[in-house]
Design a protein around this ligand. Sequence first.
Ligand code: UDP
Length: 242
Amino acid sequence: MKEIATILGVPVNPYTMDEAVEKLTKDTLAKKTNFVVTANAEIIMMAQQDADYKKLLLEKTDMILPDGAGTVWAGNYLGYTIPERVAGYDLYLRLLEEASKKEIPVFFFGGKPGIAEEAAAEGKRRWPGLKVAGCRNGYFSAEEEPDIIEEINRSGAAMLFAALGAPKQEKWLCKYSDLLKPCLRMGIGGSFDVLAGKVQRAPKWMQDAKLEWFYRLVKQPSRFGRMLALPKFVMAVRKEKK
Ligand code: UDP
């Protein structure tokens, strides 16, 4: 058992991508529930401002993975061993690949109307065996929530990908954890937008150079406010070490 890294009070499991994919696929086939979060610096900083969110991450999740160069840096800087980054989007694609091989039905929940369907079509193009049990956009009223849960459960999906953005997706998955039937529940932010080709991911060399944040900032300048979380995160981690 590897030592869990506690970064600003958030417990991060130091799995590699391969280990996470293997465990989550195996658990899903064995009908074991996993509520998965890929925690980047922004999520960890959100948890500093939002006590309910921090409590949820601490007590209600099954696996928190190190997303983003910031989280990997922080874990290692604080003396833990975090072998690599497990980015939410990459994990989502790897799980789709496994789901297609093992015939595990998946449900795409979130994004603007039509985007989950477009992401599903692209998923089926990449992995023709992929079984998309259902799609539902992420814009709804509280009154619609029981119907959404019913739709997800009736679909027979065993993996539920919720793309509502953090912390909304985690709060939603947690609120309905006892009612939802899919074993794997994971928040994936804007991943449907990327798979559907609406938003571009940074080129591989920029990801490797730990510059994905910079690419996103140039492409979506409106994210500037959100990105201030990054330097604040670095300062908070340095302070924690002291
Ligand atoms: N979204 C949604 N419902 C909402 C708010 C947001 O489905 O009420 C979707 C939005 O369309 C986008 C995603 O959630 O696809 C959030 O994307 P963002 O880039 O903020 O997430 P990140 O990848 O940065 O976590």
